[in-house]
Design a protein around this ligand. Structure first.
Ligand code: USQ
Length: 406
């Protein structure tokens, strides 16, 4: 199948491109390389050394004989260029990762809020708009987030996208209907994914577009079967306070003997998935496309839930790392439960990788190997969710002021 992967140079886009290339698909990466520019803006780099996209693709060809094509296009800005590309290549499937994906980055300043909204919403709408204009009946798969639901539960499991509700009618009887699960974003970034959902709902209804929205949890791990093939195929690996995500950050912190930075009480419960399962899920969804006229298909792309402090304790036991409870830069519930349905991927045959299965050590080993590339001063999370929170942040978990337990 000819597949366009928008954002194929990113943390999930890159291993997905390799995975689907190995499966025999004709892969075209479309990317504006914005993530590399953001590294430069923030003055940080991936913990793992990343070659240029062209060099990575040359190595992939040398190692496997397969070609992945790269096209430098900004989907959010260059509408006409992107439309012309789609018109010429007419892919059968389009996987859309081309969005700014870090919640802390989206909250850094008014400029970062504008950038995230403009980039993410424009990218999604440009894509939908161009597909309709060109009469392109490709299957569109989008990487959404579990964060569209919010993280609190009312004691019920979060369903896959839709909720059955009863509404009292004027004559006092009850009408049943199905709605998108109420959006409850916790950051500007998460809000853009909520807006995406509405764009998808409209275009599926109005134009019969075939769309799958994957509500993914927090990805952990670094390697997939393909990125292990060669040193230069290695995935990017973020550790900094903006782009590093919680479990990978804890593992890296443990590897370099830095206190594990638990925000607040650590009572936040979140959904997780290993990067290898993430690419498998995308392939499963690709092989099970919606029919024309179907409503948007929604999958919860996660395999387990954990409380942040439990993760810290588990990693502390495994590695002897110290835990630091630091002031929370975010506006979020101190404690929440989270029960999530993921029946659809399980029915399609996903056999989840669990946290216990040795891959935690693999991440620690990778982090130790490249520890010399890491700048400890970039570890603290410094993006405050509100102006009130900013002055409360102590940005030095290695300092003495913080309560820490081992
Ligand atoms: N946290 C800590 N310590 C840290 C980093 C984070 O306690 O050093 C806490 C945060 O306060 C938060 C939780 O861990 O309560 C998760 O934070 P995160 O940075 O791992 O994840 P998040 O900001 O939610 O975003 C990540 C991805 C995003 C994806 C989302 C899935 O960056 O692209 O959509 O996970 S989900 O969280 O399920 O919405």
């Amino acid at each position: 199948m000819k597949i366009a992967i928008l954002g194929g140079d990113g943390f999930v886009g890159w291993p997905t491109s390799l995975h689907l290339s190995e499966a025999g698909h004709d892969i075209h990466i479309i990317d504006n390389l914005s993530r590399r520019w953001i590294d430069t803006e923030l003055g940080v780099q991936s913990l793992t050394p990343m070659d240029s996209i062209q060099e990575r693709l040359r190595i992939w060809h040398d190692e496997t004989g397969r070609r992945i094509h790269f096209h430098l296009i900004d989907v959010a800005q260059d509408y006409e260029v992107f439309k012309a590309w789609l018109s010429e290549h007419r892919p059968e499937a389009i996987i859309h990762f081309a969005e700014q994906r870090a919640a802390p980055y989206s909250m850094k300043s008014d400029r970062h809020k504008n950038y995230t909204v403009n980039n993410n919403v424009n990218a999604t709408h440009n894509l939908l708009n161009a597909m309709v204009e060109l009469g392109l009946d490709a299957h569109l798969l989008h990487l959404g987030t579990m964060g569209v639901y919010g993280y609190s539960t009312v004691g019920a499991a979060i369903p896959e996208g839709y909720l059955n509700v009863g509404i009292e009618t004027l004559d006092g009887s009850e009408a049943q209907t199905e709605i998108l699960y109420p959006a409850n974003p916790g950051s500007i970034y998460h809000m853009t994914k909520c807006l995406d959902q509405l764009l998808f709902q409209f275009y599926a209804k109005n134009d019969g577009m075939r769309i799958t929205d994957l509500h993914q949890g927090i990805v952990w791990g670094t390697h997939t079967n393909q990125t292990r093939i060669h040193e230069q195929l290695i995935n990017r690996f973020d550790y900094d306070g903006d782009y590093g995500t919680v479990l990978n950050r804890f593992l890296i912190q443990a590897a370099i003997d830095y206190p594990l930075t638990v925000h607040g009480t650590g009572g936040q419960t979140r959904a997780f998935i290993h990067i290898q399962d993430s690419v498998r899920c995308i392939e499963l969804a690709l092989n099970n496309p919606p029919k024309r006229g179907d409503r948007v298909h929604v999958f919860n792309q996660m395999t387990e839930t954990h409380r942040v402090r439990d993760l810290a304790e588990m990693i502390s036991k495994m590695t002897g790392a110290e835990i630091a409870y630091v002031p929370n830069p975010r506006k979020e519930a101190d404690e929440n439960d989270l029960i999530v349905k993921n029946d659809k991927f399980m029915e399609l045959g996903l056999n989840p990788i669990r946290l216990e299965e040795g891959l935690l050590e693999e991440v620690v080993e990778v982090a130790k190997k490249y520890a010399y590339r890491l700048d400890r001063s970039r570890i603290p999370a410094t993006s405050a969710w509100t102006k009130d929170i900013a002055p409360t942040l102590n940005t030095d978990p290695e300092g003495k002021a913080l309560r820490s337990v081992s």
